[in-house]
Design a protein around this ligand. Sequence first.
Ligand SMILES: *Cc1c(COP(=O)(O)O)cnc(C)c1O
Length: 382
Amino acid sequence: MKDLRLPLERARRDHLYRRPLVLDSPQQPEMVVAGRPMLGFCSNDYLGLAADARVAEAFHRGIDRWGSGSGAAHLVTGHSRAHEQLEQELADFTGRERALLFSSGYMANLAVITTLSGRGDTLIEDRLNHASLIDGGRLCGARLRRFPHADLAAAGKQLQNATGETLLAVDGVFSMDGDLADLPALADLCRRHQAWLMVDDAHGLGVLGSTGGGSLEHWRLDAQQVPVLMGTLGKAFGTAGAFVAGSEALIETLIQEARTYIFTTALPAAVAEATRSSLKILRKERWRRERLQELVEKFREGAARLGFALPASTTPIQPLIAGSAETALEWSGLLAEQGILVTAIRPPTVPRGSARLRITFSASHTDEHLQRLLAALERLRP
Ligand SMILES: *Cc1c(COP(=O)(O)O)cnc(C)c1O
């Protein structure tokens, strides 16, 4: 029997031990954490919709109409009219023939990869892709090739050497660094090598593009150039779940084959109702994206004035690289003492030696919140 104490002790010793904080408030900038007021800068609730009253109201109405549970998987008990409408609205939003709901982004990524890629095929990924894309690669049986972050020449070489069907999968916005994948160049490479291109836009949708269409709207790429788009609903949408958008044939294939679609309970219909409401708000309230841009610019100016060298990122993900896990924890602790919550991001979430504070912004942060963050950062000055 495996001795579980050793790895736990090792994680503690290496400053890698993790535990969830317990909140006594909704997910919003001003929170109560274990009974204590804290100002948070680490959630992915970019548009401030996780605690929006209109989205919550739609959630309530959804429960009144559909009850709490969905009963079984989509293909067993069926799914509600609300699920169906949300799928149509997401297809319309992303300009694709169809969209298919999943219970999480992790499962949506496993679905696409295991369906499009298998034994004898080649799967090509950026080294900094999200863990779920990497895990899909481990599960699917294809040859997994990972190119150094953003290295287009290396990606091109891997495409050239690929055998079988080829799928190239990348994050649209890299989740821990906030930089954008060069999607036009990758789309071009994939077209030349007749490979599928899949974009995981968990951190782009709702945030980038004037109508919130994400990385593809930002780069003006169409469904031909990026045939597979994955979006999550637990971040900018402020609810839960995820979707894949693409052609009729792609969605039908996922329905028939994807085990993480077939063998799991559908999201509650009320979540679909809440998400329909947040989709409307997200498309219409452009000021939320403009506010985010303004916060990011002001933060970068302020941090530069304090002497921090920030990596290039124009998105609400603004990492402060600490290096060791120990330093990242120490920084996080110094902020916590001042009532600011930014959890330390450590390996294996990020590569060894690049532990960090991943500071994120939400449209509901005020200027005063930003000033409090910058004042607290003075204690970490290089
Ligand atoms: C959060 C995230 C996922 C997983 O989505 P969940 O709905 O949280 O499971 C997938 N990819 C990226 C890039 C993410 O940031």
